[in-house]
Ligand binder design. Sequence first.
Ligand code: TYM
Length: 332
Amino acid sequence: MAQLPRVFSGVQPTGRLHLGNLLGAIKPWVRHQADRDNIFCVVDLHALTIPEAIDPAVLRRRSREVVATFLAAGIDPMRSRLFIQSHVRQHTELAWVLNCVTPLGWLERMTQFKSKSEGRGNVGTGLLDYPVLMAADILLYDTALVPVGDDQRQHIELTRDLALRFNHMFGDTFVVPKASIPEAGARVMGLDDPTVKMSKSLADERPSHAVFLDDTPKKVRKTIMRAVTDSGCTYDPETASPGVVNLMGILAAVTGRSVVDIAREFDGQGYGYLKGAVADAVAAELEPLQAEYARLMADEAALDAILDDSAARVRVIAEATMTRVRAAVGIG
Ligand code: TYM
């Protein structure tokens, strides 16, 4: 049997997960679970890059909640490995080695660094270094594909550049990975403002910005029915307003239908119909996920067993890579 392509991806345990996280990342992971060799990670070390937002007890709890969300969304621990980043020490070791070959200018140019550091007095070095730790996550596992939302594109480009640079300097050591970005759902926009990406940080301040994965059906409906559109009724994906395009994109990602097909169905009808259909589809998607999540969170020991088993299995791969890296650079 041909070897399945190795996949690695991760989610930060900062804040509650929202519809963008589900449609841009977790749902595509589940969709391709059978035809890929999967490793999924809760990147708690990345969450430390905004230290003022961290409450240690909350971070520990959220990491487990994200693991339970992966499982509830359909990640099968028999097919996929899922673990918490800080449980596998090789991530930080590789990040240090990669730091030493990363030109500072590459990090200063990153758009997420610029936007996250903007207007903040005390920016930690970890925030600047964030993409190097992310590259380490990916390169440790000989990853071929990184399934992520569109906002991570630049980080994957940097990972590729770093792998090529390291291979050039020290000989062939890393597999050069590629981003895998879904057709629908790659960029879910804010429901209160469809010109900005749906994000955890904005959702904290603005109640109508996002649908959270743990929202009640009533709250889901309320947020979606309030979504900003325009006053027309144009569904042509080329000319429709950003709010309408966003809602059609969400419906496409949830149902697996094409945007063109959805546009045809709603043509000539008011936006209330589209919003109603999106609300129904999202609520139906979240209901079984929430029930399964509650069941999983009630059995901490089972969750721990999955985490321990996965971490032990990925550590073997990570250590094999580090053995190569240490030999290549002359340490260890
Ligand atoms: P994070 O935690 O911000 O987001 C997790 C995943 O959700 C996707 N996403 C979205 N997709 C569509 N629309 C949106 N509005 C939206 N918001 C978020 C993200 O693209 C991501 O796929 N840097 C990463 C975490 C990370 C990582 C990695 C990912 C660390 N190491 C290695 C892949 C591989 C991040 O902050 O994701």
